[in-house]
Ligand binder design. Sequence first.
Ligand SMILES: [Zn+2]
Length: 355
Amino acid sequence: MRALVLEDFGRLVVAERDDPTPAPDEVTIRIIATGICGSDIHGYTGENGRRVPGQIMGHETVGVVEALGASVARADLRPGVTVTVNPVILPPEDLDEYAGREQHDPGKRVLGVAPELVSAFAEKIVAPARNVHVLPPTMPALYGALIEPLAVAVNAVRRSGAAPGDAVFVAGGGPIGQSVVLALQMAGITEVIVSEVAPERRDLVEQLGAIVIDPADGAASEAVMTAFGRAADVAIDAVGITETLRGALESTRLGGTVCLVGMGSPLLSLDAFAVSTAERTIVGSFTYTDADFAAAVAWMSQGPAAADALISECVGIDGADAAFGRLCGGGGVPGKILIVLDPAHLSGHTGSTTR
Ligand SMILES: [Zn+2]
């Protein structure tokens, strides 16, 4: 099979690899498409230290079941069905202890991150049957690659405590911020304002139904006041740099909550009194629980029209290195670029934002 190998930082090459064989509890999946995550970009450049040369990345994926390990006995898992994979893989002996908080298991391995796993920028992968979710044939297959980032957002919204009736400020309208807007809508939250520097991303977020502002036009806190007549109850920082965390804190009411989900910088500084005297709570959010992932599967399975806008481009495996290079440079890409491993699906996307 063909796979996209991180040969060195800044260089992806297409290489031949042996087809993976499933362990008894695993499923072999022929990949249709896999989205490029911000964490893959940081892995490509080497700046986050969470990817190593030689590995095959990719964790936002959709594919088709090809074969089942000997002990897989799930009636819904048959060769030919379309599936997505929850990339957070726990050793079976940890499942009970970490039920409902799977991402807290120090023994977890994350597909696309753990270098020893052949991950989803390859024509085939294996994954434990437990981590495989069947998708309906009525759903456009490429939407399956949007489920993982949506699960990240579902967890962030849950961690933030945002509830219907709340006003929410989101810092950043990139792919995480876009998914956060959808996850807020899933949670019944309609008063949402998003701050984003890139005009093409502001256009996309506006299409999703949120109010958008350009941080160059003034303080986010004032824009939130103007839009809602009050400070935000909750802010979600989908960027994670000092400036966005400051904006998130300033935009949130006394006693409000700021959820930090973006990982733009490993070190942030903040105004201590914006937390202490203002009694704001800062919560962290990373990946998702099994239940969050299942919620994202269920919502995307309805084939929501909004999902189409999140896919900006589809490129074949031979165009992957150039696509990564463009995303590194900012690139003017409003939403996701999907690497399409099964060429039959290359023309499958007809979204309005296709370039
Ligand atoms: Zn990701």
